[in-house]
Design a protein around this ligand. Structure first.
Ligand SMILES: [Fe+2]
Length: 412
């Protein structure tokens, strides 16, 4: 190895160690306002208790790094992996997902103690170049759970008629006046999509490959609350012609008439009930709603490849994303990244040449490629630095407890 190569490797290890510590600390800072009861309840099967997220991310480090690569490390508690394995069949039996809210024990304080022990035990592993890819995956995994923790606790607090605030702020700053929509034009042709280079990416972002784009145009900002008010006022939720059949069935069955968390001119936020800002991006909508709105607006949702081709020229670390513990709210509407994840009309499928990795971590993404749609960008609850132009988020079409929004596209 050349000296310069060795220096690069050392610098990368320092960066990764710093990312590990910052991510662990951010998770813990976010739950500081929560009581043990707040952190233990599960408001629906899709959402997990905050305490479970704290523990599951720790289980990931203990299982895939410490157990395998730290000589002499002993599990903190032999019977906890059953509680905190999420979906890894290779790691054996586990508690049912919808029973995570039954875990009154271990207490929040015990989980935090486990976190401290595991973070400390990780220290000697952080500068081992052979483990760097797995540690980068662990950091990205914990960052994903930070966003889930935030959206899950929001849903849990929303259930409480008192409308508790996680962070107090009486008057959120008004979003800048939403500008008229401008359009990114693209002439079409063969485009290269998917992750490339040596930096970290999830396996589902590759292999890089060619796609054929027809000429299209993509809005330069997100759809706003005020525009969604106009959709509602125009009978958008009552006009079957605007909806996909599955979406119309969902609207009828569930009695849907507005985005999640809306009540009159207010919406529920991590800061409690707030008056909605008409210039802020609309959020907490399903794929069905996004598609119906686009149809109503005389447009359509972009494909994930159209979105990526435009976003490739933009800095993914910009926009309203998560930097520290504190108020979380979509505020701006401009930029490709931040505020809300954006629905695409693309099914979440493997790219040409995709292969599931060997071992338990191969269960990370590939087995979920059925029945879900791709979202692109990043939200106000995404840890800054986590997302990329090639990043593929994915949810089922009816789900809307994430910070989901939309950006229009058109054929030209
Ligand atoms: Fe996980």
């Amino acid at each position: 190895m050349q000296p310069s190569e060795r220096h690069e490797q050392q610098d990368a290890a320092v960066d990764l160690a710093a990312q590990f510590r910052a991510t662990r600390a951010l998770t813990e800072a976010l739950v500081a306002p929560l009581s043990d009861a707040d952190a233990s309840i599960q408001s629906m099967p899709d959402a997990s208790p905050a305490k479970w997220h704290l523990a599951h991310t720790t289980w990931f480090w203990e299982t895939f790094l410490l157990r395998e690569h730290a000589p002499g490390y002993r599990l903190f508690r032999e019977d906890w992996p059953f509680l905190f394995n999420s979906y890894y069949e290779a790691e054996g039996a586990r508690i049912a997902r919808d029973a995570r809210g039954m875990l009154s024990r271990p207490a929040l304080a015990e989980v935090l103690e486990w976190r401290a022990v595991v973070s400390e035990a990780m220290t000697p592993l952080l500068d081992d170049p052979a483990l760097a890819p797995l540690i980068a995956l662990g950091v990205a995994h914990e960052q994903q759970h930070i966003e889930l923790l935030l959206t899950d606790i929001k849903h849990a607090l929303f259930q409480n008629p008192l409308g508790p605030a996680m962070w107090e702020r009486a008057h959120p700053p008004a979003a800048a006046l939403a500008a008229p929509v401008g359009w990114h034009q693209h002439p079409g042709g063969i485009a290269l999509v998917g992750h490339h280079g040596d930096s970290f990416a999830f396996d589902n972002e590759g292999p890089r490959h060619r796609v054929l784009l027809e000429p299209f145009t993509l809005a330069d900002r997100l759809v706003t609350n005020g525009e969604w008010d106009a959709f509602i006022a125009d009978g958008g939720y009552r006009d079957a012609r605007l909806w996909l059949a599955d979406g119309w069935g969902w609207v009828q069955r569930e009695g849907i008439a507005a985005p999640m968390y809306w009540r009159g001119d207010q919406h529920f936020t991590h800061q409690g009930w707030q008056v909605r800002d008409p210039h802020a991006p609309v959020t907490h909508i399903s794929y069905y709603e996004a598609d119906a709105f686009a149809t109503w607006a005389g447009a359509r949702l972009p494909t994930e490849f159209e979105w990526e081709t435009i976003a490739a020229g933009h800095d993914p670390a910009t926009g309203n994303q998560l930097d520290c513990a504190g108020p979380v709210l979509p505020q701006g509407a401009a930029g490709l990244f931040g505020d809300c994840w954006q629905f695409t009309r693309s099914a979440y499928l493997p790219y040409p040449g995709f292969r599931v990795a060997e071992g338990a971590v191969g269960e990370y993404n590939g087995k979920f490629m059925s029945g879900q749609v791709v979202l692109r960008g990043a939200s106000c609850a995404t840890v800054r630095g986590h997302s990329r132009a090639s990043y593929r988020n994915f949810f089922y079409p009816h789900q809307r407890w994430q910070f989901t929004g939309l950006r229009l596209a058109k054929d030209i």
